[in-house]
Design a protein around this ligand. Structure first.
Ligand SMILES: *Cc1c(COP(=O)(O)O)cnc(C)c1O
Length: 459
């Protein structure tokens, strides 16, 4: 591929969705109406939507064809069997419980594995994952390597667990209070950073000495596998499927949001090897989701997901995806814009602390930066900083080291030309950075506040 300026798309476009570019006056009005929260913008007011890679994927012709083969039987749908076969084949887990999306699986996993007073270690928190752990009575403990909290550190596997931190936690609270280690591949909140195979192996070794389970957050496992292939000695010549199977051999099960590396618009599942755990999960899935053979998804959606899991494990697709994200990151770095390094798998993260050193974290610099990028360009991004981190058990704001804005790339949706527009929008926000002030809350909901809170500028 060296003869190309950048790795070209390994697909062609056969259906298009027209976009409208709102004027600057319309954008200023829209962000005010949205309470300076990009989650509250109407999709119609957005030109390029980099809010999330969740459920925003373009499905393939093969997936759309699969939708027509939906078996909508209330029980025993054949599409469920296809999904189960895909998960067994690609990930190696025996039992599959479909859910409406990732958090449905997190809800069930937390309820069947956690008892009040437990501690769940993880390689950095994720919003919905931690919320379900806490609702089940557990406390989350971050055991990710220190490098993950440093946006400028170039460590190739910033998603790794710090084994000393994990050992210290086991010594401190005792293994009986740790139901499982939550292992995210890749780590969204650290910037889409991968975990190395060596680290997965070491975590398995350490936890198995104490009988502690390892449950993966497999949401972006295919992207993680591609990073292992590109960066880890000994994996260059291995196939993505082989790498995925090895990764998951170091765990007992996973939760999965099909909306990311499943390349569908909705869906997810919980998977595991232990039969007793599976029975507990099926007992709950009928309460919260649906029959164990559809669990919140239509038959057609399970078919799309089964096919998407295979497509996501294709190296040609993955290499293009990671390159496209890196293209955006590299153009921003060239322009002197502060971003988290190395560039992650699904998104480029802007370091809002360096954009607005004059805005204290309690005045939500990243929230304001996302609003400014929208005003400049019609590009929608999202805050990943103090607002997303929420409040602790005493009601105080958590102050994460990383105060970031995420530019998330949907799978197979935008072209390099779109990404050039994004670069120009971020550059315009950077040039105007000294004129920007902070925000204060106008409305703040009690949990997962970043979704619906509203703000106004501090004059
Ligand atoms: C999106 C996501 C989830 C939750 O999945 P949903 O499908 O949005 O419910 C869990 N973990 C990670 C890392 C995610 O990115």
């Amino acid at each position: 591929m060296d003869s190309y300026k950048y790795r070209p798309e390994p697909y062609r476009i056969k259906m298009v969705e027209p976009l409208v570019i709102p004027t600057r006056a319309q954008r200023e009005e829209a962000i005010k109406r949205a309470g300076y929260n990009t989650f509250l913008l109407s999709s119609e007011d957005v030109y390029i939507d980099l809010l999330t890679d969740s459920g925003t994927n373009a499905m393939s012709d093969n997936q759309w064809a699969g939708l027509m083969l939906g078996d909508e039987a209330y029980a025993g749908s054949k599409n469920f069997k296809h999904l189960e076969e895909a998960v067994r084949d690609l990930y190696g887990f025996k039992y599959v419980v479909p859910t409406h999306q990732g958090r449905g699986a997190e809800n069930i996993l937390s309820k069947i594995m956690i008892k009040p007073g437990d501690i769940v270690p993880g390689n950095m928190y994720f919003t919905t994952t931690r919320a379900h752990q806490e609702l089940a009575g557990a406390t989350f403990r971050d055991v990710i390597v220190d490098e993950a909290h440093d946006p400028d550190n170039e460590h190739p596997f910033k998603g790794n667990v710090d084994l000393n931190k994990l050992q210290a936690l086991i010594d401190e609270v005792g293994p009986e209070r740790i139901p499982y280690v939550c292992m995210a591949v890749t780590v969204n909140m650290a910037g889409g950073q991968p975990v190395s195979m060596e680290n997965l192996r070491a975590v398995r070794e350490l936890t198995s000495r104490y009988g502690i389970k390892v449950m993966f957050d497999a949401t972006r496992c295919a992207e993680n596998a591609c990073f292992i292939k590109h960066r880890e000695p000994g994996y260059k010549d291995k196939g993505i499927r082989e790498i995925l199977r090895e990764m998951f051999s170091y765990g007992d099960g996973c939760t999965m949001s099909g909306k990311k590396d499943g390349i569908v618009n909705i869906g997810g599942f919980l998977a595991m090897n232990d039969h007793e755990l599976y029975q507990k999960a099926t007992a709950l899935v009928v309460v919260y989701e649906g029959m164990p053979s559809y669990g919140g998804m239509a038959g057609r959606d399970m078919e799309g997901l089964a096919r998407g899991l295979y497509e996501a494990a294709d190296y040609g697709y993955l290499a293009h995806r990671l390159d496209q994200v890196k293209y955006l990151g590299d153009r921003l770095i060239e322009a002197g814009i502060p971003v988290v390094r190395p560039i992650g798998g699904h998104a480029v993260f802007l370091n809002a602390r360096k954009f607005y050193p004059h805005i204290p974290q309690d005045q939500f610099p990243a929230q304001m930066l996302a609003a400014q990028i929208y005003i400049e360009s019609g590009v929608r991004s999202m805050e990943r900083g103090i607002v997303s981190a929420g409040r602790d058990e005493h009601g105080n704001n958590r102050h994460p080291k990383l105060e970031l804005v995420r530019l998330t790339i949907p799978r197979r949706v935008y072209t390099y030309a779109h990404l050039d527009v994004v670069v120009d929008g971020v550059k315009a926000a950077w040039e105007n950075r000294n004129n920007v002030k902070g925000l204060r809350f106008v409305y703040e909901p009690p949990v997962l506040r970043f979704f619906t809170s509203r703000f106004e500028p501090i004059e």
